[in-house]
Design a protein around this ligand. Structure first.
Ligand SMILES: Nc1ncnc2c1ncn2[C@@H]1O[C@H](COP(=O)(O)OP(=O)(O)OP(=O)(O)O)[C@@H](O)[C@H]1O
Ligand SMILES: Cc1cn([C@H]2C[C@H](O)[C@@H](COP(=O)(O)O)O2)c(=O)[nH]c1=O
Length: 200
């Protein structure tokens, strides 16, 4: 089973992902951007304020393709529970927002374009836990250290996540990320206990 954690920068995904490692010691824990040279290229792009938005989309997508073949597919073939800190919805929401704001890339619906790029090769998560937080709080928590961690940009990303939830309500579970970390963890573990009763 493939479970993904999604939300704005600073919504607490990594905090929860780390805590879940203790609860699910046999699961495969992974993340995007990945720990690979593809992921390194993505991080270079994140630090480049002038990165071309379309080039950036394809860097993230290359990292995702490698993640699928190297980590996700083998783990699912072993019948592991896979828990990923960010996955394809991050691309739909973030690069959808970046492309919508970009001059020179005349895409009718950037979010749909990014979804379509993934359709032929990606694997859809079985369950996506969305840590729901307002952009202003998210940017403050994240520390506003890179181009994505600004409240105005995160507001567009949030709108895109809401579109994704509306189109796929059975896959997403929304968790209130304004709660204390132990309360967020309890809500997430309750969700997982229901969705993954046998731990796989
Ligand atoms: N429920 C919470 N309440 C208050 N602060 C929190 C909560 N969860 C995490 N934090 C704090 O917010 C900051 C960001 O948390 P974390 O790195 O887990 O978020 P993230 O969603 O993984 O962010 P990013 O996507 O930018 O990596 C950290 O300083 C963390 O301690
Ligand atoms: C996977 C992915 C990530 N991003 C953005 C979101 C963050 O600002 C950075 C790095 O992620 P982290 O969780 O803070 O390490 O990258 C993105 O724009 N698109 C994606 O597909």
């Amino acid at each position: 089973m493939l479970v993904t954690l999604e939300g704005l920068d600073g919504s607490g995904k990594t905090t929860i992902w780390e805590a879940l490692r203790e609860r699910y010691p046999d699961a495969t824990f992974t993340r995007e951007p990945t720990n690979s040279w593809y992921g390194d290229a993505v991080y270079r792009s994140i630090e480049d304020d002038d990165a071309d938005p379309l080039a950036e989309l394809f860097l993230y997508t290359a990292d995702h393709a490698d993640h699928l073949s190297r980590v996700i597919e083998p783990a699912l073939e072993r019948d592991d529970l896979v828990i990923s800190d960010r996955y394809s919805d991050s691309r739909f929401a973030y690069q959808g927002a970046t492309l919508a704001a970009a001059d020179g890339h005349d895409l009718a619906d950037p979010l749909e374009y990014v979804v379509d790029v993934h359709r032929p090769f990606s694997i859809q998560p079985d369950l996506t836990i969305y840590l729901d937080l307002e952009p202003e709080t998210a940017a403050t928590r994240a520390g506003t250290t890179n181009k994505f961690e600004r409240a105005d940009y995160l507001a567009s990303v949030q709108d895109n996540y809401e579109r994704l939830i509306d189109r796929d309500p059975d896959r997403f579970v929304r968790v209130d990320a304004t709660q204390s970390p132990p309360d967020v963890l309890e809500a997430v573990t309750d969700t997982l206990a229901t969705a993954v009763p046998d731990g796989r």
